[in-house]
Design a protein around this ligand. Structure first.
Ligand SMILES: [Zn+2]
Length: 107
């Protein structure tokens, strides 16, 4: 009689896989609140997915693949990994120094 080893505690159905039992519990025996929450979640996901397919602005698409702004001005592309690492360390130290100065000026 038993189809699988994962038996439902609320009815006499059973499943071969735990995930199937979990899905059964969530869809057949879930509380009305839980069902509503799942529905909201699904609706929210749908909304997000709709947003995702929104086309990227032309200007933004053009910029992909080449450095713009500060990266372009500093010619970061011409630097080696070692130079970039050194630059990052220096930038981090400089940022720390500026932050400390800012904190000191605030009091
Ligand atoms: Zn059941």
């Amino acid at each position: 009689m038993a189809k699988g080893s994962f038996k439902c505690s609320k009815c006499d159905r059973s499943f071969k896989m735990a995930a199937h039992l979990a899905r059964h519990m969530n869809t057949i025996h879930a509380s009305p609140q839980k069902k509503a929450a799942a529905k909201r979640k699904a609706a929210a996901k749908k909304k997000r997915n709709v947003k995702k397919v929104k086309p990227v602005k032309k200007a933004k698409r053009k910029a992909v693949g080449r450095p713009t702004g500060i990266a372009a001005r500093l010619k970061l592309r011409d630097l080696s990994i070692e130079q970039l690492t050194e630059l990052m360390e220096a930038a981090r130290a400089e940022a720390r120094r500026k932050l400390a100065a800012l904190r000191a000026s605030i009091g």
